[in-house]
Design a protein around this ligand. Structure first.
Ligand SMILES: [Zn+2]
Length: 170
């Protein structure tokens, strides 16, 4: 690693420049944007454009479950010393077909709810929890503080909102 800030190779998100006050409004906006697209394009939301690219519903379910998962991780990090990881197993959830019965309209409600619950929990956490450390395995295995982990939740929301826009366009 150089001293260059780490960024997402796909969307350019830079975790280390995110400040706590911007996480909630940006996450709410990304979840609202993606949920709105699912509502408007619900007839196409279950289709895959190619066999290898997730459908809009699969991306949306992933976004929802990431936020619930990281919300619980933030509590673990705050309460426990060096907590055990709580893996999402995001790809297996899709491959096991756990999302195949999801309804786009219901999902849109759940995505907004996931954003609201995440941000309320994050905003309620004591300041003292912000620098507590946790072993996080994405995009590489590294010790991260809680602000970084919350920024990663924001990244997932914004990155996959863009995926949903892309798979539902034209
Ligand atoms: Zn990204």
């Amino acid at each position: 690693m150089t001293d260059e800030l780490e960024s997402c190779a796909v969307c350019g998100f830079v975790w280390d420049v995110i400040s706590p006050p911007e996480i909630a409004p940006r996450m709410i906006a990304a979840m609202e944007f993606a949920a709105g697209l699912l509502e408007v394009h619900s007839e196409n939301a279950l289709l895959r454009r190619t066999p290898d690219q997730w459908s809009a519903v699969e991306y949306g379910c992933h976004m929802r479950d990431v936020l619930y998962n990281i919300r619980d991780k933030m509590v673990l990090i705050t309460v426990e010393e060096n907590p055990q990881s709580l893996p999402l197993h995001g790809v297996p959830r899709v491959e096991l077909g756990l999302y195949r019965h999801e309804d786009p309209q219901t999902l849109a409600v759940e995505m907004r709810l996931a954003g609201a619950l995440f941000t309320r929990t994050f905003d309620a956490l004591p300041q003292s929890s912000h620098n507590r450390m946790f072993l996080y395995r994405y995009p590489r295995e590294a010790m991260r503080n809680l602000i970084w982990v919350a920024a990663q939740a924001l990244h997932e929301s914004e990155h996959h909102a863009a995926d949903i826009r892309q798979v539902l366009s034209n």
